[in-house]
Design a protein around this ligand. Structure first.
Ligand SMILES: [Zn+2]
Length: 686
């Protein structure tokens, strides 16, 4: 169906920087615009494939990059609005669009004619008939790989097999998600003796009583969280209750009503078979090929190099904790369910800093202008001017114009700080318009967070975590704003998953920079700077319990790799073998440390079995290796200077996904990342 010309998304917005005119876009406008956009793009790509002329950059790469403008415009507008400001109409649109988007991707990447057209260009390049600049060459290489990874090259019979596998894998993934969620809910621990709740706040006790009542039970219901560690274990003084909660957590999915083991067995075997059908050694190799890591071996090498240092440190921490633990239980040895409790006692002794005393020093406007924006100005010379006349998708949204030191426009930064009904939790960055020279578009990017809005006229006072989050998300925003690429699909944050968190993590380093902290951490009433000993405490606390944190993370990341790199004939065939397999996997790399279970055990590891981070849970630490190395490099080169900023901007941020991400890193840094900086940052001995 052709799109109604009155739909405001049908045409390019005439507002500055093509900011969508949310004052006229209604909830009903998104879905038809996105659907029409998909149809339009398929028609444009069909023309591209059918072009009888010899393949060139213009009629292949540029034609592709110019296709789907309506689709991109409508989808970006929707994906910015929906998570931040939803309602029933938008939720329904999202549900309707999701399967269509998957089908749209399949329609493109399983289209043999399109693939052949790209391959024809590659042949001409090979023959010296067409010269490609580096970004175009990289574009072509990546696109061909995307087609090949989808199975476009396979004989028809194998393609049919692949489709059946993909279908079954998708089913198993959603079944895992369902069961893991149900298992988490069913694992909630009922307490019938109020005395056992000692340590919880009154509000937490009330909430747990409400949850018990809601489920028709008498007493107090302590719900489980996703991870092995459970927050109530930080504070509960009753040891038997801690033990019960711990067991409920780590034994989820291993039998009973929500047993996930059969799903794991079938899913990991299917992923292994699919990888081999597509010509990869295993699923981990398939995933790594599309990432910075490139090979499963590179991932394995990184994780196994870190593992011994992490466990050694966790063991040292345990010695420290035993000392405190003896005050509570002179007889019983420290157990996994005591770790968090003792750790909190230690934290209180060494790093006591109440959020309520910090907050008055962390006022939003000051943190934003004298912290986040000041850093960007110091590094890149760029400026931020609030444009009150530009409005977003909600009255709380604020729009800032970003410009170069000489006033040349860069783009818009859209900020949406407050929590409200209809906004999803957490914090994130979005693109409204992706920078690219081909279509002459400047970037419009947004940041969302969930700060609690103060009463009218009151300042917004933040926690330390909120401050770190603000710097983090703004690091993503800078990646989008300072992008300098010809193609939209290579713009800004369009980088592999194990790279994309790197610029945002690097930007976090400035929160604790002495000069910057001195500018933004000022008491909002008295104008006093934050006391130096508190700053020292904040700094010191970043090293606290890194042995534990690194060990639990690495154990999960390695489990993920083992499940996805073990040859088919060595993978479990029977659900009863799952625990044994997990145990052997952890033992093999020395991460079988009873006091520190993996952050997720296999049976409730949704990141990897519900999908999304399968064979990719390592990404966080891969990015952090780059981040720690860069932070050390900048710090040892005078810190916040325009020179440091320029180098990072031109060689790294600006490149987006137009070159191999590790190549841009090496170009920026002049060498490979040095793992020692991560170890130092986490206080881990080598
Ligand atoms: Zn991030």
């Amino acid at each position: 169906m052709p799109l109604d010309a009155l739909n405001p998304l049908a045409t390019v917005s005439t507002l500055p920087y093509e900011l969508p005119d949310y004052t006229v876009v209604r909830d009903e406008h998104y879905r038809p615009a996105i659907e029409a956009g998909m149809a339009e793009q398929l028609a444009q790509l069909a023309d591209l494939a059918a072009n009888p002329e010899p393949a060139t950059i213009a009629n292949v790469i540029e034609a592709w990059e110019s296709s789907g403008q309506l689709f991109t415009r409508a989808l970006n507008a929707f994906y910015t609005k929906h998570p931040a400001d939803t309602n029933d109409v938008l939720d329904a649109a999202d549900e309707a669009i999701a399967p269509q988007l998957a089908a749209h991707g399949d329609a493109i990447y399983l289209d043999r004619r399109l693939y052949d057209r790209l391959a024809a260009l590659a042949v001409r390049v090979e023959a010296g008939e067409v010269q490609l600049d580096p970004a175009s060459a990289y574009w072509l290489e990546r696109k061909l790989l995307a087609f090949e990874r989808s199975g476009v090259n396979l004989p028809e019979e194998d393609q049919a097999k692949l489709r059946t596998m993909n279908h079954r894998i998708a089913e198993l993934q959603s079944a895992f998600g369902r069961e893991a969620l149900a298992g988490m809910n069913a694992g909630a621990v009922l307490v019938t003796d109020a005395a056992q709740l000692d340590g919880l706040s009154l509000a937490e006790i009330d909430a747990s009583m409400e949850r018990a009542t809601e489920t028709g039970q008498d007493g107090w219901l302590i719900e489980l969280e996703n991870t092995s560690a459970q927050r109530p274990l930080d504070v509960l003084t009753n040891r038997p209750l801690r033990e019960r909660i711990h067991h409920a957590s780590v034994n989820r999915g291993l039998g009973g009503a929500h047993d996930t083991r059969a799903i794991i067995v079938e899913l990991t075997r299917l992923r292994a078979e699919r990888a081999s059908l597509l010509g990869f050694a295993n699923h981990a190799a398939y995933v790594a090929a599309d990432a910075c890591a490139r090979t499963g071996k590179a991932v394995w090498d990184l994780l196994t190099r870190l593992a011994p240092a992490a466990v050694d440190n966790a063991r040292d921490e345990a010695v420290d904790m035993e000392r405190v633990w003896r005050r509570f239980e002179p007889e019983a040895p420290l157990a996994a369910w005591d770790w968090q409790f003792v750790s909190e006692q230690l934290r209180a002794e060494r790093y006591a800093l109440d959020a309520s005393v910090l907050r008055p020093y962390l006022e939003l406007e000051r943190v934003l202008h004298e912290g986040v924006f000041a850093v960007a100005n110091g590094l890149y010379g760029i400026t931020f001017t609030e444009r009150a006349e530009l409005v977003g998708y909600n009255p709380e949204v604020r729009v800032f114009e970003v410009a170069e030191a000489d006033g040349t426009p860069i783009g818009l930064f859209v900020a949406d700080f407050y929590t409200r009904p209809g906004k999803q939790g957490g914090a994130w960055m979005n693109n409204l318009v992706d920078q690219n020279h081909l279509l002459g578009q400047l970037p419009v990017v947004s940041n969302n967070s969930n700060l609690v809005k103060p009463p009218a006229g009151q300042p917004t006072l933040m926690t330390w975590d909120d401050v770190i989050t603000l710097f983090h998300e703004f690091g993503h925003a800078l990646h989008g704003l300072l992008s300098d690429t010809r193609y939209r699909s290579q713009s800004g944050t369009e980088t592999p998953r194990d790279f994309v968190e790197y610029p945002s993590q690097v930007n976090e380093m400035w929160a604790l920079d002495e000069g910057i902290l001195g500018r933004y951490a000022i008491h909002h009433e008295t104008g006093e700077p934050m006391p130096a000993e508190w700053v020292a405490t904040l700094r010191g606390s970043t090293l606290f319990q890194q042995g534990f944190k690194t060990t639990e993370y690495l154990a999960a990341a390695l489990l993920d790799q083992v499940w996805h790199s073990t040859p088919l004939d060595e993978l479990p065939t029977d659900p009863e073998q799952v625990e044994e397999f997990e145990k052997a996997a952890l033992a093999k790399v020395g991460l079988d440390y009873d006091l520190v279970p993996p952050r997720y055990r296999s049976a409730y590891f949704r990141h990897i079995f519900e999908g999304g981070y399968d064979a990719g849970y390592y990404s966080y630490i891969w990015s952090e290796v780059l981040d720690a190395d860069t932070a050390a490099f900048i710090t040892s080169n005078s810190g916040l200077t325009r020179e440091n900023g320029e180098r990072y901007r031109r060689r790294l941020l600006a490149k987006g996904g137009s070159v191999d991400a590790m190549d841009s890193f090496r170009d920026y840094r002049g060498q490979d990342p040095d793992l020692r900086h991560l170890l130092t940052r986490r206080g881990l001995k080598v």
